[in-house]
Ligand binder design. Structure first.
Ligand SMILES: [Zn+2]
Ligand SMILES: [Zn+2]
Ligand SMILES: [Zn+2]
Length: 331
């Protein structure tokens, strides 16, 4: 696998010929505490009820990104490519196989959120990484990979496209108004109170004004902060309300559909020496972390709709072109 930059949209894709799938034995869960092959544990949160652990991060069994080495960004004529250096982890949300986020206790979900925050903070110490993504794909239509309640983490040497759009928009808005666009959205939505789903403590769940999919929902904190991990790790207990709001919001969405994508958007790594981000002096003022939930409805599934922050193509364009050349062009 390698990263290639689309010279038109300037977004990076991860591509290459995936090895013929040799799926491991899926009849036994590799993330349950009694798994026969213990995964490579990166970080573990203490249990809330005396068990061995509550939430933990493990290395992805078939990682798209690998932690060793240098990205070796280089040109190939007009194109840019680099090695898929990064980190790819599975965040096991709960020790129990039957405790997804909408069933778990708020204390358990809080542990998972704190684990996510700690992993982001930790990986941001690595100057090679520009961005840390946390996301969850639930349901077969969403591309769920494991049965066990899990989210995934990637640390990448580039900022995913959607986040880059948001960062640029936030910076432009701040340049004009000297205010955070997310704070402004939140205060208008709270005033109008027609797209608010629920608020809990310092956190608000709302359906955005211009949704990409039916039941798209965002979770935002009223207190402005560009970085999720700073909020979550700043004061003990602040994520408990977020845990409750997340659980309740997912339960609501599940009354409409089983399948959804969820993604956390937080500030990029300020340690990374980047031309595009280097002059970004106002990022702490102009960006505002949030969680986005994008449900997938069976009724709209046939329409062209993809939610992908990093496109992944398990077939290289060389192989694809060769196969197309070899294929019959018809009459
Ligand atoms: Zn399991
Ligand atoms: Zn804000
Ligand atoms: Zn976002």
């Amino acid at each position: 696998m390698e990263l290639r930059k689309d010279p038109i949209t300037r977004s990076w894709v991860i591509t290459g010929d995936a090895p013929e799938s040799s799926r491991a034995d899926e009849s036994v869960c590799r993330f349950c505490s009694d798994a026969r092959t213990e995964p490579q544990v990166v970080s573990s949160m203490a249990s809330v009820d005396g068990g061995p652990w509550s939430a933990r991060a493990v290395v992805h069994p078939t990682p798209l990104y690998r932690v060793e080495g240098d990205p070796q960004r280089r040109a190939e004529g007009i194109y840019d490519r680099m090695r898929s250096v990064g980190a790819h982890e599975v965040l096991v949300e709960n020790i129990r196989h039957d405790r997804p986020l909408w069933v778990a206790s708020d204390a358990e979900i809080e542990k998972f959120l704190l684990l996510a925050a700690q992993r982001i903070q930790d990986l941001k110490r690595d100057q090679r990484f520009k961005y840390i993504s946390i996301f969850k794909d639930h349901g077969s239509v969403a591309g769920q990979e494991f049965e066990h309640p899990t989210s995934q983490l990637t640390a990448t040497t580039f900022v995913p496209r959607r986040v880059l759009y948001e960062l640029r928009a936030g910076r432009d808005y701040y340049g004009q108004k000297e205010r955070c666009v997310f704070c402004d959205i939140l205060s208008q939505e709270e005033r109008q109170a027609i797209r608010i789903v629920e608020s809990r403590g310092n956190y608000v769940a709302l359906c955005p004004y211009a949704p990409r999919v039916p039941y798209e929902t965002w979770l935002l904190a009223r207190d402005h902060d560009s970085s999720f991990e700073r909020t979550a790790l700043g004061r003990p207990g602040v994520t408990l309300d977020l845990a409750a709001l997340l659980r309740r919001t997912l339960s609501r969405i599940r009354s409409e559909t089983e399948d959804f994508h969820m993604v956390l958007h937080t500030s990029p790594n300020s340690l990374h020496q980047s031309d595009t981000l280097g002059y970004w002096k106002t990022i702490d003022e102009d960006y505002h972390w949030h969680i986005e939930i994008l449900p997938i409805l069976a009724s709209v599934k046939s329409k062209s709709y993809t939610f992908k922050e990093v496109y992944f193509s398990p077939l290289s364009s060389e192989t694809a072109a060769r196969r197309l050349r070899d294929a019959s062009p018809g009459a």
